[in-house]
Unconditional design. Structure first.
Ligand code: NAP
Length: 302
Protein backbone atom coordinates (compact mmCIF):
# COMPACT_ATOMS: atom_id res chain seq x y z
CA UNK A 1 0.00 0.00 0.00
CA UNK A 2 1.34 3.44 -0.93
CA UNK A 3 1.29 6.36 1.50
CA UNK A 4 -1.86 8.41 0.95
CA UNK A 5 -1.97 12.07 -0.06
CA UNK A 6 -3.45 15.00 1.79
CA UNK A 7 -4.00 18.72 1.23
CA UNK A 8 -2.79 21.08 3.97
CA UNK A 9 -5.78 23.40 3.48
CA UNK A 10 -8.11 24.33 0.64
CA UNK A 11 -5.57 26.63 -1.07
CA UNK A 12 -2.57 24.69 0.22
CA UNK A 13 -0.22 22.13 -1.33
CA UNK A 14 -0.91 18.42 -1.58
CA UNK A 15 1.64 16.44 0.45
CA UNK A 16 2.21 12.81 1.31
CA UNK A 17 0.39 11.84 4.53
CA UNK A 18 3.78 11.01 6.03
CA UNK A 19 6.72 13.38 5.57
CA UNK A 20 10.44 12.61 5.65
CA UNK A 21 12.46 14.96 7.87
CA UNK A 22 16.08 15.78 7.13
CA UNK A 23 17.19 17.34 10.41
CA UNK A 24 19.44 14.38 11.25
CA UNK A 25 20.63 13.67 7.69
CA UNK A 26 24.21 14.79 8.22
CA UNK A 27 24.42 13.98 11.93
CA UNK A 28 26.69 11.01 12.66
CA UNK A 29 26.54 8.60 10.96
CA UNK A 30 26.18 11.23 8.23
CA UNK A 31 24.70 10.18 4.91
CA UNK A 32 26.58 11.19 1.77
CA UNK A 33 24.84 12.25 -1.44
CA UNK A 34 24.62 8.71 -2.79
CA UNK A 35 23.14 7.35 0.44
CA UNK A 36 20.74 10.28 0.60
CA UNK A 37 19.68 9.56 -2.97
CA UNK A 38 18.84 5.97 -1.99
CA UNK A 39 16.84 7.28 0.98
CA UNK A 40 14.89 9.70 -1.24
CA UNK A 41 14.23 7.01 -3.86
CA UNK A 42 13.02 4.52 -1.25
CA UNK A 43 10.73 7.18 0.23
CA UNK A 44 9.30 8.07 -3.18
CA UNK A 45 8.69 4.37 -3.89
CA UNK A 46 6.71 4.21 -0.63
CA UNK A 47 4.71 7.29 -1.62
CA UNK A 48 6.55 9.55 0.87
CA UNK A 49 7.19 12.44 -1.50
CA UNK A 50 7.39 15.38 0.90
CA UNK A 51 10.75 16.29 2.51
CA UNK A 52 11.16 18.66 5.42
CA UNK A 53 14.37 20.72 5.36
CA UNK A 54 15.62 23.87 7.08
CA UNK A 55 18.46 26.22 6.25
CA UNK A 56 20.11 25.42 9.60
CA UNK A 57 19.77 21.61 9.59
CA UNK A 58 23.06 19.78 9.95
CA UNK A 59 24.95 22.98 10.73
CA UNK A 60 23.78 24.48 7.41
CA UNK A 61 24.80 21.24 5.64
CA UNK A 62 21.62 19.19 5.16
CA UNK A 63 20.16 21.16 2.24
CA UNK A 64 23.46 20.87 0.40
CA UNK A 65 23.63 17.06 0.68
CA UNK A 66 19.95 16.84 -0.22
CA UNK A 67 20.57 18.97 -3.33
CA UNK A 68 23.60 16.92 -4.36
CA UNK A 69 21.53 13.74 -3.98
CA UNK A 70 18.76 15.14 -6.17
CA UNK A 71 21.30 16.09 -8.82
CA UNK A 72 22.34 12.43 -9.04
CA UNK A 73 18.79 11.75 -10.28
CA UNK A 74 17.25 15.10 -11.28
CA UNK A 75 13.99 13.46 -12.45
CA UNK A 76 13.15 13.15 -8.73
CA UNK A 77 12.74 16.92 -8.53
CA UNK A 78 9.41 16.56 -10.35
CA UNK A 79 8.19 13.83 -8.01
CA UNK A 80 8.75 15.47 -4.63
CA UNK A 81 7.65 18.47 -2.59
CA UNK A 82 10.29 20.39 -0.62
CA UNK A 83 9.59 22.24 2.61
CA UNK A 84 12.28 24.45 4.08
CA UNK A 85 12.51 26.99 6.87
CA UNK A 86 14.27 30.20 7.75
CA UNK A 87 14.49 32.72 10.56
CA UNK A 88 17.11 31.24 12.92
CA UNK A 89 20.73 32.36 12.84
CA UNK A 90 23.11 29.90 14.49
CA UNK A 91 26.68 30.44 15.56
CA UNK A 92 28.52 28.30 13.03
CA UNK A 93 31.80 27.88 11.23
CA UNK A 94 29.62 28.16 8.10
CA UNK A 95 28.27 31.58 9.16
CA UNK A 96 31.18 33.48 10.71
CA UNK A 97 29.21 36.73 10.68
CA UNK A 98 26.83 35.35 13.35
CA UNK A 99 28.24 36.29 16.75
CA UNK A 100 25.12 35.47 18.79
CA UNK A 101 22.41 32.87 18.22
CA UNK A 102 19.29 34.83 17.34
CA UNK A 103 16.16 35.02 15.22
CA UNK A 104 15.95 37.11 12.07
CA UNK A 105 12.64 37.48 10.27
CA UNK A 106 13.51 40.64 8.40
CA UNK A 107 12.56 40.83 4.74
CA UNK A 108 16.21 40.95 3.80
CA UNK A 109 17.08 37.77 5.71
CA UNK A 110 14.04 35.78 4.58
CA UNK A 111 14.77 36.52 0.93
CA UNK A 112 18.51 35.87 1.28
CA UNK A 113 17.83 32.59 3.09
CA UNK A 114 15.46 31.37 0.37
CA UNK A 115 17.90 32.38 -2.38
CA UNK A 116 20.56 30.33 -0.62
CA UNK A 117 18.26 27.33 -0.09
CA UNK A 118 17.37 27.33 -3.79
CA UNK A 119 21.04 27.57 -4.70
CA UNK A 120 22.34 24.79 -2.44
CA UNK A 121 19.46 22.43 -3.28
CA UNK A 122 19.67 23.47 -6.95
CA UNK A 123 15.90 23.86 -7.15
CA UNK A 124 13.86 26.43 -9.07
CA UNK A 125 11.22 26.69 -6.35
CA UNK A 126 10.40 25.74 -2.75
CA UNK A 127 6.96 24.19 -2.27
CA UNK A 128 6.51 25.45 1.28
CA UNK A 129 8.54 27.96 3.30
CA UNK A 130 8.10 28.14 7.07
CA UNK A 131 9.22 30.71 9.60
CA UNK A 132 11.07 28.28 11.86
CA UNK A 133 10.31 29.81 15.26
CA UNK A 134 8.42 32.83 16.52
CA UNK A 135 10.72 35.84 16.60
CA UNK A 136 10.03 38.27 19.47
CA UNK A 137 10.95 41.07 17.06
CA UNK A 138 8.65 39.76 14.32
CA UNK A 139 7.20 42.47 12.10
CA UNK A 140 4.27 40.79 10.33
CA UNK A 141 4.12 43.42 7.59
CA UNK A 142 7.74 42.80 6.71
CA UNK A 143 7.31 39.02 6.63
CA UNK A 144 4.18 39.39 4.51
CA UNK A 145 6.07 41.59 2.06
CA UNK A 146 8.95 39.11 1.79
CA UNK A 147 6.49 36.23 1.25
CA UNK A 148 4.66 38.17 -1.46
CA UNK A 149 7.90 38.99 -3.31
CA UNK A 150 9.05 35.36 -3.14
CA UNK A 151 5.66 34.14 -4.35
CA UNK A 152 5.42 36.66 -7.21
CA UNK A 153 8.95 35.72 -8.28
CA UNK A 154 7.87 32.05 -8.51
CA UNK A 155 10.46 31.09 -5.90
CA UNK A 156 8.10 29.88 -3.16
CA UNK A 157 4.63 28.44 -3.80
CA UNK A 158 3.21 28.30 -0.24
CA UNK A 159 3.97 29.74 3.21
CA UNK A 160 3.49 28.68 6.80
CA UNK A 161 4.99 28.85 10.26
CA UNK A 162 6.44 26.55 12.87
CA UNK A 163 6.13 26.54 16.66
CA UNK A 164 3.79 29.56 16.58
CA UNK A 165 1.14 30.20 19.21
CA UNK A 166 -2.40 30.79 18.02
CA UNK A 167 -1.96 34.50 18.64
CA UNK A 168 1.27 34.71 16.64
CA UNK A 169 -0.35 32.76 13.79
CA UNK A 170 -3.35 35.11 13.76
CA UNK A 171 -1.12 38.18 13.83
CA UNK A 172 0.91 37.13 10.81
CA UNK A 173 -2.14 35.92 8.88
CA UNK A 174 -3.92 39.22 9.52
CA UNK A 175 -1.26 41.05 7.46
CA UNK A 176 -1.06 38.53 4.61
CA UNK A 177 -3.17 38.15 1.50
CA UNK A 178 -1.74 34.65 0.95
CA UNK A 179 -2.93 31.92 3.33
CA UNK A 180 -0.65 30.41 5.96
CA UNK A 181 -1.06 26.73 5.10
CA UNK A 182 0.30 25.06 8.24
CA UNK A 183 1.79 25.44 11.68
CA UNK A 184 4.51 22.80 12.13
CA UNK A 185 4.50 21.86 15.80
CA UNK A 186 5.85 19.20 18.12
CA UNK A 187 3.25 16.46 18.54
CA UNK A 188 3.48 12.91 19.79
CA UNK A 189 2.30 10.57 22.51
CA UNK A 190 5.09 12.13 24.58
CA UNK A 191 4.19 15.74 23.75
CA UNK A 192 0.46 16.36 23.81
CA UNK A 193 0.26 20.03 24.85
CA UNK A 194 -0.94 21.29 21.47
CA UNK A 195 -4.09 19.17 21.89
CA UNK A 196 -4.90 21.11 25.07
CA UNK A 197 -3.59 24.64 24.56
CA UNK A 198 -5.81 25.61 21.61
CA UNK A 199 -3.17 25.17 18.89
CA UNK A 200 -4.92 22.23 17.24
CA UNK A 201 -8.40 23.65 17.86
CA UNK A 202 -7.49 26.85 16.05
CA UNK A 203 -6.02 25.04 13.04
CA UNK A 204 -8.99 22.67 12.95
CA UNK A 205 -11.36 25.63 13.03
CA UNK A 206 -9.62 27.06 9.95
CA UNK A 207 -9.31 23.67 8.21
CA UNK A 208 -5.52 23.80 8.26
CA UNK A 209 -3.53 20.59 8.80
CA UNK A 210 -0.75 20.74 11.41
CA UNK A 211 2.59 19.16 10.57
CA UNK A 212 3.81 17.10 13.56
CA UNK A 213 7.53 17.10 14.31
CA UNK A 214 9.32 14.50 16.49
CA UNK A 215 6.47 11.95 16.31
CA UNK A 216 8.54 9.58 18.50
CA UNK A 217 9.67 12.30 20.90
CA UNK A 218 13.04 12.44 19.14
CA UNK A 219 13.54 8.73 19.92
CA UNK A 220 12.52 8.94 23.62
CA UNK A 221 9.54 6.67 22.86
CA UNK A 222 11.97 3.76 22.64
CA UNK A 223 13.87 4.63 25.83
CA UNK A 224 14.05 1.97 28.56
CA UNK A 225 13.62 4.74 31.17
CA UNK A 226 11.14 3.73 33.88
CA UNK A 227 8.98 6.81 33.20
CA UNK A 228 7.80 5.10 29.99
CA UNK A 229 6.98 1.77 31.63
CA UNK A 230 3.18 2.22 31.63
CA UNK A 231 3.20 3.42 28.05
CA UNK A 232 5.37 0.52 26.93
CA UNK A 233 3.03 -1.92 28.63
CA UNK A 234 0.03 -0.63 26.66
CA UNK A 235 2.07 -0.46 23.46
CA UNK A 236 3.12 -4.09 24.00
CA UNK A 237 -0.53 -5.15 24.49
CA UNK A 238 -1.58 -3.32 21.33
CA UNK A 239 1.33 -4.77 19.43
CA UNK A 240 -0.07 -8.24 20.10
CA UNK A 241 -3.51 -7.20 18.90
CA UNK A 242 -2.16 -5.52 15.74
CA UNK A 243 -0.03 -8.37 14.36
CA UNK A 244 3.22 -7.40 16.04
CA UNK A 245 3.01 -3.70 15.14
CA UNK A 246 6.06 -1.75 16.35
CA UNK A 247 5.88 1.03 18.95
CA UNK A 248 6.73 3.44 16.13
CA UNK A 249 3.76 2.24 14.05
CA UNK A 250 1.37 2.48 16.99
CA UNK A 251 2.63 5.98 17.85
CA UNK A 252 1.93 7.06 14.27
CA UNK A 253 -1.50 5.36 14.30
CA UNK A 254 -2.23 7.38 17.46
CA UNK A 255 -1.42 10.64 15.63
CA UNK A 256 -3.40 9.59 12.55
CA UNK A 257 -6.45 8.88 14.70
CA UNK A 258 -6.79 12.57 15.60
CA UNK A 259 -9.46 14.18 13.38
CA UNK A 260 -7.40 17.36 12.79
CA UNK A 261 -5.31 15.56 10.12
CA UNK A 262 -1.89 15.73 11.79
CA UNK A 263 0.91 15.08 9.30
CA UNK A 264 3.84 13.33 11.03
CA UNK A 265 7.44 14.08 10.02
CA UNK A 266 9.80 11.13 10.41
CA UNK A 267 13.32 11.55 11.74
CA UNK A 268 14.91 8.14 11.21
CA UNK A 269 17.43 7.60 8.42
CA UNK A 270 16.98 3.82 8.47
CA UNK A 271 15.11 2.53 5.46
CA UNK A 272 13.59 -0.47 7.27
CA UNK A 273 12.14 1.91 9.88
CA UNK A 274 10.75 4.20 7.17
CA UNK A 275 9.08 1.18 5.53
CA UNK A 276 7.53 0.19 8.86
CA UNK A 277 6.32 3.76 9.39
CA UNK A 278 4.74 3.83 5.95
CA UNK A 279 2.69 0.74 6.85
CA UNK A 280 1.27 2.39 9.99
CA UNK A 281 -1.57 4.00 8.06
CA UNK A 282 -3.22 0.58 7.93
CA UNK A 283 -3.52 0.39 11.73
CA UNK A 284 -6.91 1.72 12.85
CA UNK A 285 -6.96 2.13 16.63
CA UNK A 286 -10.25 2.26 18.50
CA UNK A 287 -11.27 5.34 20.47
CA UNK A 288 -10.73 3.43 23.73
CA UNK A 289 -7.23 2.40 22.65
CA UNK A 290 -6.44 6.02 21.78
CA UNK A 291 -7.37 7.08 25.33
CA UNK A 292 -5.59 4.12 26.87
CA UNK A 293 -2.39 5.33 25.22
CA UNK A 294 -3.14 8.94 26.20
CA UNK A 295 -3.45 7.92 29.86
CA UNK A 296 -0.47 5.56 29.84
CA UNK A 297 1.65 8.37 28.38
CA UNK A 298 0.67 10.63 31.28
CA UNK A 299 -2.36 12.41 29.83
CA UNK A 300 -5.19 13.28 32.22
CA UNK A 301 -8.81 12.18 31.86
CA UNK A 302 -10.44 14.20 34.66
P1 NAP B 1 11.54 11.36 15.71
O1 NAP B 1 11.09 10.37 14.67
O2 NAP B 1 10.65 11.60 16.87
O3 NAP B 1 12.96 10.94 16.28
C1 NAP B 1 13.95 10.40 15.47
C2 NAP B 1 14.90 9.63 16.36
O4 NAP B 1 14.21 8.47 16.80
C3 NAP B 1 16.15 9.19 15.64
O5 NAP B 1 17.24 9.31 16.54
C4 NAP B 1 15.87 7.75 15.32
O6 NAP B 1 17.04 6.97 15.30
C5 NAP B 1 14.98 7.32 16.46
N1 NAP B 1 14.06 6.28 15.99
C6 NAP B 1 13.13 6.39 15.02
N2 NAP B 1 12.47 5.23 14.85
C7 NAP B 1 13.00 4.38 15.76
C8 NAP B 1 12.71 3.02 16.09
N3 NAP B 1 11.76 2.33 15.45
N4 NAP B 1 13.44 2.45 17.08
C9 NAP B 1 14.40 3.15 17.73
N5 NAP B 1 14.73 4.45 17.44
C10 NAP B 1 14.02 5.06 16.47
O7 NAP B 1 11.74 12.71 14.92
P2 NAP B 1 12.86 13.88 14.95
O8 NAP B 1 14.06 13.40 14.21
O9 NAP B 1 13.05 14.41 16.30
O10 NAP B 1 12.11 14.96 14.07
C11 NAP B 1 11.59 14.59 12.79
C12 NAP B 1 11.67 15.75 11.85
O11 NAP B 1 10.85 16.81 12.32
C13 NAP B 1 13.04 16.37 11.66
O12 NAP B 1 13.86 15.67 10.73
C14 NAP B 1 12.68 17.74 11.14
O13 NAP B 1 12.40 17.66 9.76
C15 NAP B 1 11.40 18.05 11.90
N6 NAP B 1 11.63 18.91 13.08
C16 NAP B 1 11.13 20.17 13.05
C17 NAP B 1 11.31 21.01 14.14
C18 NAP B 1 10.77 22.40 14.10
O14 NAP B 1 11.07 23.19 15.00
N7 NAP B 1 9.97 22.73 13.10
C19 NAP B 1 12.01 20.55 15.28
C20 NAP B 1 12.49 19.25 15.28
C21 NAP B 1 12.28 18.44 14.18
P3 NAP B 1 17.52 6.20 13.96
O15 NAP B 1 17.93 7.26 13.00
O16 NAP B 1 18.62 5.35 14.48
O17 NAP B 1 16.37 5.39 13.47
Amino acid sequence: MSTSRTRLCSDGPEFSRLVMGTWRLVDEPALNAKETLRLIEECVDLGITTFDEADIYGNYGSEEVFGKALNLNPSLKHKIEVVTKCGIKLISDKRLAHKVKHYDTTKEHIIASVENSLKVMDLDHIDLLLIHRPDPLMNPDEIAEAFMLLNEGGKVFHFGVSNFTVRQFELLQSRMSLPLVTNQVEASLLYRELMLDGTIDYLFQHKISPMAWSPFGGGALFSKDSQYQDLHQVLAELSQKYDGAGYDQLALAWLYYHPANLIPILGTKKIERIKAAAAAEEIKLSREEWFKLWSAAGGQIP
